[in-house]
Design a protein around this ligand. Structure first.
Ligand code: ZN
Length: 187
C-alpha cells in the first residue's frame, strides 16, 4: 500500500507499506523536494497519477491514495500539470470525514487523518457510531504515558471543517485505549 504524508510547500513523502516473509509490516519512505519534481499528471483513465522527477525517476500512485488531494493543494507552479480543471472538480466533490471532521474525503479516503470511510460507514447507525469511535481512539491515541493528547493536529489549513462534526470519545477513553494499545509499543 502506498501513502503520501508530511505534505507541505517544500517537500512531501511517498511511503510504501509491504509485508516481509514473517508477515511483519515493513515501511519504506522517500522524501521528495518539490524543486526535484518535473511534473505530476493523471493518467487518461484518471485511475493513477504519474510523478516525474527531474532526474528521470518516476512514481505511479493510484488515485485513491490518501494524501493525493493535499499533494495538489501544495503543488507549486514550477511543477508541470495540465489537470487543473479536473483537480478543481475534485475540490468541489470533497466530503466531510466522519472521523476527523475535515471536508477532505475523496474516493472514500480522508486526506487528513487517512481513514478509509469504507471502514467506517455502515447501514446500522449503532455500528457506524462504534466504528467512528474506534477510529477516533486511534487518531488521538498517545504513545507514552506522560504524553499529552494533541487535540489540534488534525486541524489542517488546506481544508474546511464540517461544523456538525463531533468528537465521540472522551479524554478518559483515549487514555484507556492508549494504555491498552499504544503505550510502550515496540516500533
Ligand atoms: Zn479524516
Amino acid at each position: 500500500m502506498i501513502y503520501l504524508s508530511e505534505i507541505n510547500d517544500e517537500y512531501f513523502t511517498i511511503g510504501e507499506i509491504s509485508f516481509n516473509e514473517e508477515m511483519e509490516s515493513v515501511f519504506a519512505d522517500k522524501e521528495i523536494l518539490w524543486t526535484d519534481v518535473k511534473s505530476i499528471q493523471f493518467s487518461k483513465s484518471k485511475e493513477d497519477v504519474n510523478i516525474q522527477l527531474n532526474n528521470g525517476e518516476h512514481f505511479h500512485i493510484p488515485s485513491d491514495t490518501s494524501g493525493l488531494v493535499s499533494l495538489f493543494k501544495n503543488m507549486p507552479e514550477t511543477v508541470s500539470n495540465s489537470d487543473q480543471e479536473f483537480i478543481n472538480k475534485i475540490y468541489t466533490e470533497l466530503k466531510g470525514c466522519k472521523v476527523c471532521g475535515n471536508i477532505a474525503v475523496w474516493q472514500n479516503q480522508c486526506n487528513v487523518c487517512h481513514s478509509d470511510q469504507d471502514d467506517v460507514n455502515d447501514k446500522d447507525p449503532a455500528i457506524e457510531l462504534e466504528n467512528i469511535k474506534e477510529e477516533q481512539l486511534q487518531l488521538f491515541a498517545t504513545y507514552e504515558e506522560d504524553e499529552p493528547i494533541d487535540w489540534e493536529f488534525h486541524i489542517d489549513p488546506n481544508y474546511q471543517r464540517n461544523p456538525d462534526w463531533k468528537l465521540l470519545v472522551s479524554e478518559e477513553e483515549i487514555i484507556a485505549f492508549s494504555r491498552d494499545n499504544t503505550w510502550n509499543e515496540e516500533l
